[in-house]
Design a protein around this ligand. Structure first.
Ligand SMILES: C[S@@+](CC[C@H](N)C(=O)[O-])C[C@H]1O[C@@H](n2cnc3c(N)ncnc32)[C@H](O)[C@@H]1O
Length: 211
Protein backbone atom coordinates (compact mmCIF):
# COMPACT_ATOMS: atom_id res chain seq x y z
CA UNK A 1 0.00 0.00 0.00
CA UNK A 2 2.71 2.38 1.15
CA UNK A 3 4.64 1.46 -1.99
CA UNK A 4 1.90 2.70 -4.35
CA UNK A 5 1.27 5.88 -2.36
CA UNK A 6 4.99 6.67 -2.62
CA UNK A 7 5.03 6.00 -6.35
CA UNK A 8 2.18 8.47 -6.92
CA UNK A 9 3.61 11.04 -4.45
CA UNK A 10 6.94 11.03 -6.28
CA UNK A 11 5.24 10.78 -9.69
CA UNK A 12 7.14 7.57 -10.44
CA UNK A 13 4.45 6.25 -12.76
CA UNK A 14 6.60 4.68 -15.47
CA UNK A 15 3.87 2.12 -16.25
CA UNK A 16 1.56 4.88 -17.52
CA UNK A 17 1.20 5.21 -21.30
CA UNK A 18 0.27 8.41 -23.13
CA UNK A 19 -1.37 6.43 -25.94
CA UNK A 20 -4.13 3.84 -26.03
CA UNK A 21 -2.89 0.28 -25.59
CA UNK A 22 -2.52 -1.34 -29.02
CA UNK A 23 -3.39 -4.80 -27.67
CA UNK A 24 -6.63 -3.40 -26.25
CA UNK A 25 -7.51 -1.84 -29.60
CA UNK A 26 -6.60 -5.02 -31.45
CA UNK A 27 -8.33 -7.58 -29.24
CA UNK A 28 -11.32 -5.89 -27.61
CA UNK A 29 -13.64 -6.94 -30.43
CA UNK A 30 -12.42 -10.55 -29.96
CA UNK A 31 -13.90 -10.70 -26.47
CA UNK A 32 -17.13 -9.13 -27.73
CA UNK A 33 -18.68 -7.58 -24.61
CA UNK A 34 -22.27 -6.31 -24.86
CA UNK A 35 -22.40 -2.84 -26.39
CA UNK A 36 -23.14 -0.06 -23.85
CA UNK A 37 -22.38 -2.48 -20.98
CA UNK A 38 -20.25 -1.80 -17.92
CA UNK A 39 -16.49 -2.47 -18.03
CA UNK A 40 -14.51 -2.93 -14.83
CA UNK A 41 -10.92 -1.65 -14.86
CA UNK A 42 -9.20 -2.94 -11.70
CA UNK A 43 -6.10 -1.07 -10.46
CA UNK A 44 -6.83 1.56 -13.09
CA UNK A 45 -4.32 4.28 -12.19
CA UNK A 46 -4.94 7.16 -14.61
CA UNK A 47 -5.02 4.87 -17.64
CA UNK A 48 -6.07 6.43 -20.94
CA UNK A 49 -7.50 3.05 -21.87
CA UNK A 50 -10.53 4.06 -19.77
CA UNK A 51 -11.05 6.93 -22.23
CA UNK A 52 -10.81 4.51 -25.16
CA UNK A 53 -13.41 2.20 -23.59
CA UNK A 54 -15.75 5.14 -22.96
CA UNK A 55 -15.34 6.18 -26.61
CA UNK A 56 -16.57 2.73 -27.64
CA UNK A 57 -19.80 3.42 -25.73
CA UNK A 58 -19.14 1.55 -22.47
CA UNK A 59 -19.69 2.68 -18.91
CA UNK A 60 -16.32 2.42 -17.17
CA UNK A 61 -15.84 1.45 -13.53
CA UNK A 62 -12.30 1.88 -12.25
CA UNK A 63 -10.85 0.63 -8.96
CA UNK A 64 -7.84 2.53 -7.62
CA UNK A 65 -6.13 2.74 -4.25
CA UNK A 66 -4.62 6.22 -4.52
CA UNK A 67 -6.86 9.30 -4.48
CA UNK A 68 -4.25 11.42 -6.27
CA UNK A 69 -4.29 9.06 -9.29
CA UNK A 70 -8.03 9.48 -9.70
CA UNK A 71 -7.95 13.26 -9.34
CA UNK A 72 -5.13 13.50 -11.90
CA UNK A 73 -7.12 11.28 -14.30
CA UNK A 74 -10.12 13.61 -14.17
CA UNK A 75 -8.00 16.78 -14.33
CA UNK A 76 -5.82 15.66 -17.23
CA UNK A 77 -8.86 14.62 -19.22
CA UNK A 78 -10.75 17.81 -18.32
CA UNK A 79 -13.63 15.97 -16.66
CA UNK A 80 -15.81 17.43 -13.90
CA UNK A 81 -16.45 14.98 -11.08
CA UNK A 82 -18.21 14.52 -7.77
CA UNK A 83 -17.42 12.16 -4.91
CA UNK A 84 -19.33 10.50 -2.07
CA UNK A 85 -18.45 7.97 0.62
CA UNK A 86 -19.46 4.42 -0.33
CA UNK A 87 -18.81 1.96 2.50
CA UNK A 88 -15.00 1.61 2.81
CA UNK A 89 -14.43 3.39 -0.51
CA UNK A 90 -14.95 6.85 -1.96
CA UNK A 91 -17.00 6.79 -5.15
CA UNK A 92 -15.96 9.30 -7.81
CA UNK A 93 -18.47 9.97 -10.57
CA UNK A 94 -18.12 11.63 -13.92
CA UNK A 95 -20.42 9.81 -16.35
CA UNK A 96 -19.64 7.50 -18.06
CA UNK A 97 -16.82 7.03 -15.51
CA UNK A 98 -17.14 5.79 -11.94
CA UNK A 99 -13.97 5.18 -9.94
CA UNK A 100 -13.94 3.60 -6.48
CA UNK A 101 -10.99 4.80 -4.44
CA UNK A 102 -9.73 2.30 -1.88
CA UNK A 103 -8.24 -1.17 -1.58
CA UNK A 104 -9.73 -3.54 -4.15
CA UNK A 105 -9.84 -6.23 -1.48
CA UNK A 106 -12.16 -4.10 0.70
CA UNK A 107 -14.79 -3.71 -2.02
CA UNK A 108 -17.99 -5.43 -0.95
CA UNK A 109 -19.08 -8.33 -3.11
CA UNK A 110 -21.53 -7.26 -5.84
CA UNK A 111 -20.83 -3.53 -5.44
CA UNK A 112 -20.00 -3.59 -9.15
CA UNK A 113 -21.80 -5.90 -11.58
CA UNK A 114 -19.72 -5.52 -14.70
CA UNK A 115 -20.34 -7.10 -18.10
CA UNK A 116 -16.62 -7.12 -18.90
CA UNK A 117 -13.24 -6.32 -17.40
CA UNK A 118 -9.89 -5.09 -18.68
CA UNK A 119 -6.65 -5.96 -16.92
CA UNK A 120 -3.46 -4.28 -18.07
CA UNK A 121 -0.74 -3.90 -15.42
CA UNK A 122 -3.19 -4.92 -12.67
CA UNK A 123 -2.77 -8.62 -11.85
CA UNK A 124 0.95 -8.30 -12.63
CA UNK A 125 1.18 -5.45 -10.12
CA UNK A 126 0.08 -7.82 -7.35
CA UNK A 127 2.33 -10.44 -5.72
CA UNK A 128 1.49 -14.16 -5.86
CA UNK A 129 0.23 -14.09 -2.26
CA UNK A 130 -2.90 -12.06 -3.15
CA UNK A 131 -3.56 -13.12 -6.73
CA UNK A 132 -6.13 -15.80 -5.91
CA UNK A 133 -7.97 -13.23 -3.79
CA UNK A 134 -7.81 -10.82 -6.75
CA UNK A 135 -9.40 -13.41 -9.06
CA UNK A 136 -12.14 -13.92 -6.46
CA UNK A 137 -12.81 -10.16 -6.49
CA UNK A 138 -13.08 -10.18 -10.29
CA UNK A 139 -15.63 -12.99 -9.93
CA UNK A 140 -17.56 -11.10 -7.24
CA UNK A 141 -17.72 -7.83 -9.19
CA UNK A 142 -18.84 -9.25 -12.55
CA UNK A 143 -22.01 -10.79 -13.95
CA UNK A 144 -22.31 -14.44 -15.08
CA UNK A 145 -21.04 -14.59 -18.67
CA UNK A 146 -18.82 -11.52 -18.25
CA UNK A 147 -15.73 -11.46 -20.44
CA UNK A 148 -12.27 -10.18 -19.59
CA UNK A 149 -9.18 -9.15 -21.53
CA UNK A 150 -6.02 -9.91 -19.53
CA UNK A 151 -2.57 -8.76 -20.69
CA UNK A 152 0.27 -10.42 -18.81
CA UNK A 153 3.99 -9.89 -18.34
CA UNK A 154 6.22 -12.90 -17.81
CA UNK A 155 9.95 -13.31 -17.10
CA UNK A 156 12.23 -15.63 -15.11
CA UNK A 157 11.13 -14.70 -11.57
CA UNK A 158 14.60 -14.79 -10.02
CA UNK A 159 15.90 -12.12 -12.39
CA UNK A 160 13.88 -9.20 -11.04
CA UNK A 161 11.97 -8.08 -7.98
CA UNK A 162 8.54 -6.82 -8.96
CA UNK A 163 6.30 -5.07 -9.49
CA UNK A 164 5.61 -6.00 -12.19
CA UNK A 165 5.64 -9.56 -10.87
CA UNK A 166 5.95 -12.34 -13.41
CA UNK A 167 2.66 -13.96 -14.40
CA UNK A 168 3.37 -17.06 -16.51
CA UNK A 169 0.67 -18.53 -18.73
CA UNK A 170 0.36 -21.71 -16.66
CA UNK A 171 -0.31 -19.59 -13.54
CA UNK A 172 -3.14 -17.78 -15.37
CA UNK A 173 -4.65 -21.20 -16.20
CA UNK A 174 -4.40 -22.21 -12.53
CA UNK A 175 -5.75 -18.99 -11.01
CA UNK A 176 -8.76 -18.95 -13.33
CA UNK A 177 -9.37 -22.72 -13.28
CA UNK A 178 -12.49 -22.41 -11.12
CA UNK A 179 -15.43 -20.43 -12.40
CA UNK A 180 -13.81 -19.19 -15.61
CA UNK A 181 -12.85 -20.35 -19.12
CA UNK A 182 -9.46 -19.19 -20.41
CA UNK A 183 -8.40 -18.73 -24.04
CA UNK A 184 -5.05 -17.45 -25.32
CA UNK A 185 -5.43 -14.79 -28.05
CA UNK A 186 -1.80 -13.81 -28.67
CA UNK A 187 1.68 -14.18 -27.22
CA UNK A 188 4.46 -11.72 -27.98
CA UNK A 189 8.17 -11.35 -27.17
CA UNK A 190 9.00 -8.03 -25.52
CA UNK A 191 12.55 -7.45 -26.76
CA UNK A 192 12.76 -3.87 -25.34
CA UNK A 193 12.01 -5.08 -21.81
CA UNK A 194 15.24 -7.12 -21.81
CA UNK A 195 17.00 -3.82 -21.00
CA UNK A 196 15.90 -4.44 -17.41
CA UNK A 197 18.41 -7.31 -17.37
CA UNK A 198 15.88 -10.03 -18.13
CA UNK A 199 16.84 -12.92 -20.41
CA UNK A 200 13.33 -13.55 -21.70
CA UNK A 201 10.18 -11.42 -21.48
CA UNK A 202 6.82 -12.22 -22.99
CA UNK A 203 3.32 -10.83 -22.82
CA UNK A 204 0.22 -12.93 -23.42
CA UNK A 205 -3.26 -11.68 -24.17
CA UNK A 206 -6.04 -13.83 -22.75
CA UNK A 207 -9.78 -13.85 -23.22
CA UNK A 208 -11.35 -14.98 -19.95
CA UNK A 209 -15.02 -15.80 -19.58
CA UNK A 210 -16.71 -15.93 -16.18
CA UNK A 211 -19.15 -18.81 -15.83
C1 LIG B 1 1.14 -0.65 -12.30
S1 LIG B 1 -0.14 0.49 -12.02
C2 LIG B 1 -1.16 0.19 -13.44
C3 LIG B 1 -2.23 1.21 -13.65
C4 LIG B 1 -3.08 1.00 -14.93
N1 LIG B 1 -3.68 -0.32 -14.96
C5 LIG B 1 -2.31 1.27 -16.18
O1 LIG B 1 -2.23 0.38 -17.04
O2 LIG B 1 -1.79 2.39 -16.33
C6 LIG B 1 -1.03 -0.29 -10.68
C7 LIG B 1 -2.06 0.62 -10.02
O3 LIG B 1 -2.79 -0.14 -9.04
C8 LIG B 1 -3.00 0.62 -7.87
N2 LIG B 1 -3.14 -0.36 -6.78
C9 LIG B 1 -2.17 -1.10 -6.22
N3 LIG B 1 -2.66 -1.91 -5.25
C10 LIG B 1 -4.01 -1.68 -5.21
C11 LIG B 1 -5.09 -2.21 -4.42
N4 LIG B 1 -4.86 -3.14 -3.47
N5 LIG B 1 -6.34 -1.75 -4.65
C12 LIG B 1 -6.58 -0.80 -5.63
N6 LIG B 1 -5.59 -0.28 -6.40
C13 LIG B 1 -4.33 -0.69 -6.20
C14 LIG B 1 -1.76 1.51 -7.80
O4 LIG B 1 -1.97 2.68 -7.05
C15 LIG B 1 -1.47 1.81 -9.26
O5 LIG B 1 -2.11 2.99 -9.69
Amino acid sequence: MEYWHNRWDKQLTGWHREVFNDLLEKHWSNINPPKDGEVLVPLCGKSLDMIWLAKQGYKVVGLELVQQAIEIFFQENKLEYSSIKADMHTKYSSPPFTIYQGDIFDLQSGMVQADAWYDRAAMVALPNSVRQQYVKQIYNQTKPGAVGLLITFSYPEKQMEGPPFSLPDRAVMDYFSNGFEVECLEKIDLEDEKDRGLSNVTSTVFKITRN
